[in-house]
Design a protein around this ligand. Structure first.
Ligand SMILES: [Zn+2]
Length: 421
């Protein structure tokens, strides 16, 4: 507990470090991550040997441009054992599964220490938005069972996860029971919750809301503000590296967690200028089990290039573009979030990429680029799992294809061809 408080205090201080001090912190972390990856992770060892990267690189933050960038498909093709550290370690604390921005599934195991720092970064974000000890936080999204920490047993900073994969009607029931002071969910989940027939959540009075991951449709923002009259903050994260950035109460942009991640925004191979949109490339500064170094996230974003009036020196980006996934809609007014629908797909070890296309109210096509290990048994298994989550009578076709177009910031995991409601 004391160790955690100390770590949090130091993270809190990082929010207002002078830029030179923040850069020194980033450089020492970057050097440690690159050195460990080169020594312990076959994928990076081979990559840097092939690139002829001299020992001792990077010497400065700008040197990072000499390191090759990597993609999710590249890491996945290399095989999980190759991208993990060979160093003996305690069992993984947990494994995340991603698929969202590119439709390429990947498993990301984390050590207990890595999980802890991610939780503390999230907690720092919440505190910066005004979370108070008596608030109850409810997150709708990915989660796992965890022991209830001491402070929660004492009634402080109570936090509950409602799993993203359970049915929206059940999520509504749980939300009405829990009555969150702070609600944190995927933008798509928020839209689904707000679209429930009869507006059952109208009686909730959250202090504020955080919308994660995808672009928040104006419609969802308007609905949340109309129903609850509360402030919404945009949060930007990914399973691979954790929380990337979050809006602050001044709404002048999203503060990048620059002590946790080195964020580059590239236009081709050169850093984008302030205000210029480019591709987001991430280096996780606290992740050694499965390092992500110059990882192309395939999102598009831009630096604001201006300091924030709140006083935090963590740099600001504009809300990212891309990640605009359509919701699925069925006869009878039922909505489904793509996050929930793609659950079975993102957990599969046997496919390279997928895309969900809703052609009509009763017809969904799923494009799958299979890996050589793909089997008809796997196909049947995924189809059964997905059919269980949608209304009876909806036709579901799984189609094996050799490739799916994937341009940075343009890929959509879910495409709806339905006319707007
Ligand atoms: Zn700010």
């Amino acid at each position: 507990m004391m160790g955690k408080l100390k770590a949090l205090a130091s993270l809190w201080q990082n929010r207002s470090l002078p830029p030179w001090q923040l850069e020194a912190l980033q450089l020492s972390k970057l050097q440690a991550v690159v050195e460990a990856a080169r020594r312990d992770v076959p994928f990076y060892r081979d990559l840097y040997a092939r690139a002829g990267l001299p020992q001792g690189m990077p010497r400065t933050l700008a040197d990072i441009q000499h390191l090759p960038t990597v993609s999710k498909a590249q890491m996945r093709d290399a095989g999980l054992q190759t991208v993990l550290s060979e160093r003996p370690r305690s069992p993984y604390a947990l494994t995340y599964h991603t698929g969202g921005t590119t439709g390429v599934p990947l498993s990301i195991p984390l050590s207990a220490a890595e999980y802890r720092i991610r939780s503390l970064i999230d907690f720092r974000c919440l505190l910066s938005l005004g979370l108070r000890p008596w608030h109850r936080l409810v997150t709708v999204g990915p989660g796992q069972l965890r022991p209830v920490p001491l402070h929660e047993r004492l009634g402080l900073f109570r936090a509950t996860v409602i799993l993203g994969e359970i049915h929206p009607a059940r999520q509504v029931e749980l939300l009405l029971k829990l009555r969150p002071d702070v609600l944190w969910c995927y933008s798509s989940e928020l839209q689904v919750l707000l679209s429930q027939p009869g507006h059952p959540l109208k009686s909730l009075r959250p202090e504020f809301l955080i919308a994660s991951a995808a672009v928040l449709e104006d419609r969802a923002r308007r609905m949340a503000i109309e129903e609850w009259g509360r402030e919404i903050f945009i949060s930007y994260g990914c399973m691979e590296t954790g929380r990337i950035a979050i809006e602050c109460p001044r709404h002048e942009g999203l503060h990048v967690n620059a002590d946790h991640l080195l964020v580059e925004i590239l236009n081709g191979d050169r850093p984008a200028l302030p205000g210029e949109t480019g591709e987001v490339v991430l280096t996780a500064l606290n992740q050694f089990t499965m390092p992500f170094i110059r990882y192309r996230l395939r999102d598009l974003a831009a630096w604001t290039g201006k300091p924030c009036s709140c006083g935090s020196t963590l740099p600001l980006i504009h809300a990212p573009e891309g990640r605009r996934d359509d919701l699925l809609r069925f006869a009878g007014g039922e909505w489904l979030s793509p996050v929930r629908f793609a659950f079975a797909l993102r957990r599969s070890e046997h496919l390279q990429q997928y895309q969900v296309i809703q052609e009509s109210l009763d017809w969904i096509r799923i494009l799958i680029v299979p890996l050589p290990t793909w089997t008809t048994a796997e196909q049947d298994h995924i189809k059964q799992q997905m059919l269980a989550g949608i209304p009876a009578g909806v036709r579901l076709d799984l189609e094996l294809v050799s490739q799916i177009e994937s341009v940075p910031g343009k890929f959509r995991m879910t495409i709806s061809r339905l006319p707007p409601e």
